[in-house]
Design a protein around this ligand. Structure first.
Ligand code: OSB
Ligand code: MG
Length: 381
């Protein structure tokens, strides 16, 4: 049982150590929306909205998320007595379409707040079972296959359990070929196209079968389920869906249409933890492995993803790179680290998120804030 008294939104700017390029755009300074969610009894938790600066991944951006939270979503929660975090998904879904990342920031925050109030680790509140989670790296598009090989070799040396290569038309087969040749047959390699191809590229994409990829992530558009099924019929490499899976019903569609064999679950993309757990369960039932994707989160968002990835069917390495992969200094302490065995420890011996959030550092990175309070809220559903 809890009752949210106020929510402070903050935009911080956090410079990436190096620009991250995918087929749909490049990011150099991450504009991150953080939330401080405070309960009427004084409990507080930090949350993160993963919406990027531009609508090049899904339609959402940090600015649309800010608007959606302020105008429609936060008023649903503020001042309302809630029996637990499991009721929040439906409360935010009713008659508000889309805006999944905005919804997820609040919904996941309610799970985090519950962990704080109950003084239990977030992983246990969610039902997590893993004490350590295997981690992969997502390598952005580089200027040449040689530069990509250099990065991939360094990643394997650092212990990463999986190497994901971003590809796009013109920078694909030769890049993957070079990395496979350099890393040998035993390293788990995959490619992610972020929806950059069309079904007419099928003959070209079939060349990737030669490289024994663990999977090919989202080669076609988010809505192209029938074409993805057509591609999967031709391709030996398993398809993994990312952008396509926006809720549990899309996951069921994937299974029914056989347009993918693996799902990358990003809790932000699907509207939070309840939806993530539902997708996890549907996939487990169907024998579909899942893994936890990333959105270049700060250490706050990483805490939520690591907790999610501790659920049993997260059987493949997640995009859960440690803080130092992205940032010169993260906003949490201790920073997220990965062992030389490619495992990230799930915090199980501390209540809440499992890391301290550095409010002073966040303040110094903040470019705008807005506080929403119960006074203007309690809008009936
Ligand atoms: O497609 O998984 C993706 C980052 C931004 C947008 C989309 C994607 C990604 C990543 C980054 O692959 C993974 C990470 O956070 O390390
Ligand atoms: Mg992806």
């Amino acid at each position: 049982m809890f009752c949210i008294d106020r929510i402070t939104l903050r935009e911080i700017h956090l410079a990436l150590k190096e620009p991250f390029r995918i087929s749909s755009g490049v990011e150099s300074v991450r504009r991150i929306l953080l939330l401080e969610i405070t309960d009427r009894d004084g409990a507080m938790v930090w949350g993160e909205c993963v919406a990027p600066a531009l609508p090049n991944y899904t339609p959402e951006t940090i600015d649309t998320a800010w608007l959606a939270i302020r105008e429609w979503l936060a008023p649903r929660l503020l001042g309302r007595r809630l029996t637990g975090p499991a009721v929040v998904h439906d409360l935010l879904a009713q008659d508000i379409r889309g805006h999944n990342m905005a919804k997820a920031a609040l919904e996941m925050g309610c799970w985090g707040l519950t962990a704080e109030i109950e003084q239990r680790p977030l992983t246990l509140v969610l039902g997590g079972t893993r004490e350590r989670v295997p981690t992969g790296i997502s390598l952005g598009i580089q200027r040449s296959p040689e530069l990509l090989v250099e990065r991939a070799l360094a990643a394997v040396a650092a212990g990463y359990r999986k190497v994901k290569l971003k590809i796009q038309p013109g920078q694909d087969v030769e890049y993957v070929r070079a990395v496979r040749a350099a890393l040998g047959p035993d390293v788990e390699i995959m490619a992610d196209a972020n929806a950059a191809y069309s079904i007419g590229d099928a003959p070209h994409l079939l060349q990737l079968d030669e490289f024994e990829l663990l999977m090919l992530e989202q080669p076609l558009g988010a809505d192209a389920l029938l074409q993805l099924a057509e591609l999967q019929r031709q391709l030996r490499t398993p398809l993994c869906l990312d952008e396509s899976i926006i809720d549990v019903s899309r996951a069921r569609d994937m299974i029914a249409l056989q347009c993918g064999r693996i799902i990358n679950i990003k809790p932000g993309r699907v509207g939070g933890f309840s939806a993530s757990k539902a997708i996890h369960d549907v996939c487990q039932e169907a024998g579909i492995p899942v893994w936890c994707g990333g959105m270049l989160e700060s250490g706050v968002g990483r805490a939520y993803n690591v907790a999610l990835a501790s659920l049993p069917n997260f059987s493949m390495p997640g995009d859960l790179s440690p803080s130092a992969r992205y940032w010169t200094r993260d906003v949490v302490s201790p920073e997220w680290t990965m062992g030389a065995d490619g495992l990230v420890k799930v915090p199980r011996d501390r209540p809440g998120l499992g890391v301290d959030v550095d409010a002073d550092y966040i303040e110094s990175l903040t470019v705008r804030t807005e506080t929403l309070s119960a006074a203007r809220a309690a809008v009936p559903v």
